[in-house]
Design a protein. Structure first.
Length: 233
């Protein structure tokens, strides 16, 4: 779920601090390995005091409205740890975080912090691509005996794959901003052209196919560049 008015405000912020990068010919690699012509670097928000304060305030507000019974805030070591700490501090709640894999030394924990059985947890994530990392954290928390009330993200690409994954895992997802809002504001302020919007829309509709085609083009380009040039006699 995305609240449109809020999404538009956050999109304006993200574009203004140049957190949205577009490189159709030199694509980014997303967490799941897909190539993408656009990347939203939400972590830049942490360096902007005004946006940082706004995001932590809105995350806290939404959590209180949707999950007033929340007892613990959880973050992910791979990305949302800082945002989750800020929110837990505002709400005066315990904080835990989930590692991508257990430590190979010490207590070998997967979940760091004091989490008691049956405690009600809200998970905070920064960027939702496929949702795999967030849902892996949810699974770990559930296995540890926690009750996961839902997940809150800063930004989502809104892929059908991620929405299906959250539905199948029975996890309610709410985000502050999404791909559509960022693209619309980028177009409004002429950060991108209408042709780029069409290209980005095509990618968004079939990210896996676009990624595979882009990778093929890159391989062909490298092959062409590696061929020795013929010299004239």
């Amino acid at each position: 779920m995305v609240l449109k008015e809020l999404a538009d405000i956050v999109a304006e912020y993200l574009v203004s601090i140049k957190a949205v990068k577009i490189q159709p010919n030199n694509s980014f690699t997303l967490a799941n390995g897909w190539h993408a012509p656009v990347y939203c670097d939400t972590r830049k928000a942490l360096s902007n005091p005004r946006l940082r304060a706004f995001i932590k305030s809105e995350l806290s507000r939404i959590i209180l409205e949707q999950y007033p019974e929340v007892e613990v805030i959880a973050g992910l070591s791979s990305g949302s740890l800082v945002q989750a700490v800020l929110v837990a501090d505002i709400l005066g709640l315990p904080f835990v975080y989930v590692r991508s894999k257990p430590k190979d030394h010490g207590l070998e924990n997967l979940i760091e912090g004091d989490l008691k059985p049956h405690q009600k947890v809200v998970v905070i994530e920064d960027i939702i691509t496929t949702g795999a990392n967030c849902l892996k954290a949810v699974e770990a928390l559930r296995k540890d005996g926690a009750t996961v009330l839902g997940a809150i993200g800063v930004f989502t690409y809104g892929f059908a794959l991620s929405e299906d994954s959250f539905d199948q895992a029975d996890v309610e997802l709410t985000t502050l901003c999404n791909f559509e809002s960022v693209m619309q504001h980028s177009l409004d302020v002429k950060h991108i052209t209408s042709d780029e919007v069409r290209m980005l829309t095509q990618w968004h509709q079939s990210p896996e196919s676009w990624s595979a085609a882009h990778e093929d083009r890159q391989k062909q380009s490298r092959t062409t560049e590696s061929k020795p040039k013929k010299t004239k006699k």
